[in-house]
Design a protein around this ligand. Structure first.
Ligand code: UDP
Length: 324
């Protein structure tokens, strides 16, 4: 039986990955300090003898050493995530994302364990060269703009992965593109989809930042998990980085309309200034689109779920789980 260590396994992507790996017959240990992860996301697995949960931080090196020594492979998803969190507390974000990954990689190197590192499409920054190929140049703003600290920290992590790989460590990287699905946080931290669904189900104004022409490529959770699994398992992925995303581009204005329609909500769309949402020093990414060819050719990965279908499943879940 394969023994996996999944850091950040109580998050949205992490917990769905846990479900999938348990279904596949693996033994799964999760470390999560429940900062953004939630116990509800893994509660249904707590009685499974093949599942083990530790409410702790990846900064605890002694514990991490034992866990890494005893596993066969690591899926490292623990991170401070979500632009709003990073902007609210940049220092914790940087420390968790850089130090935490350093600990995981160093121990993986010591015990020679395969690592899947969860990175983000945020590393491309405000590059306008869409679709982003994995080796597209990164374009970031000033260090006075906190938002870019997330992109920078994750890029440092990617560099660390490649540096360890050059010493022989089997490591692969995924860059996620706006993953969504059941379990997304209704407070909307880090997910415009969650925020809009919650607003629409409550018949509150749907808050579009700016003019709503900025775009994202929303990727349903099952696709995100499938891409993660393939990157974590295939030999062709070792020493490399892959965009894991759907390439359908949707504007935020369009997303708002679609969610209002699918929920049958009476909500109105209101445009609000970025400064109101994030404070003064904020810059948004205008378009974010993955080039999906590398993942398709090398891993046989392609996102399957259409946006309407994924939103409907997410809305059904939200009706049962959000507060009204
Ligand atoms: N956004 C919005 N209204 C909200 C929350 C987010 O218009 O209430 C916008 C946000 O400014 C960005 C996009 O939706 O342009 C995606 O934001 P999210 O936080 O989901 O993720 P990002 O892709 O920025 O990391």
């Amino acid at each position: 039986m394969k023994r996996l260590l999944i850091t950040g396994g109580c998050g949205v992507i992490g917990s769905h990955l846990v479900d999938r790996m348990l279904e596949n017959g693996c033994h799964v240990t999760v470390v999560d300090n429940l900062t953004t992860g939630k116990i509800e996301n893994i509660e249904h697995n707590l009685r499974n003898p093949n599942f083990h949960f530790l409410n702790s931080t990846i900064m605890n090196e002694t514990m991490m050493e034992e866990l890494i020594r005893d596993c066969d492979a690591i899926y490292h998803l623990a991170a401070a995530v979500g632009v709003k969190y990073i902007v609210d507390d940049p220092l914790s974000g940087i420390l968790t994302n850089v130090k935490g990954t350093e600990i995981v990689l160093e121990l993986a190197y010591r015990y020679w364990k395969r690592v899947l590192f969860a990175s983000t499409s945020e590393v491309y920054g405000k590059s306008e060269k869409v679709p982003f190929q994995e080796d597209t140049e990164r374009i970031l703003g000033s260090t006075k703009v906190d938002r870019w600290s997330y992109s920078t920290a994750k890029a440092v992590d990617e560099h660390l992965c490649f540096a360890y790989h050059s010493r022989g460590l089997p490591v692969s990287i995924v860059r996620y593109f706006n993953s969504y699905g059941p379990r997304i946080d209704e407070r909307g931290y880090g997910s415009v989809v969650a925020k809009f669904i919650s607003q629409a189900l409550n018949n509150q104004d749907v808050t579009v930042h700016g003019d709503g022409t900025q775009t994202r490529c929303f990727t349903y959770i099952d696709d995100t998990v499938q891409g993660t699994l393939l990157t974590g398992e295939k030999d062709e992925a070792i020493g490399d980085v892959f965009n894991i995303g759907n390439n359908r581009e949707t504007s935020i204005g369009e997303l708002a309309q679609m969610i209002i329609r699918l929920t049958g909500s009476k909500s109105k769309i209101v445009n609000i200034l970025y400064e109101e949402a994030y404070g003064d020093s904020y810059e948004d990414t205008r378009r974010r689109v993955p080039d999906i060819n590398k993942a398709k050719q090398r891993l046989g990965f392609e996102a399957q779920t259409r946006l309407e279908e994924g939103l409907n499943k997410t809305i059904e879940w939200a009706k049962e789980n959000y507060r009204f």
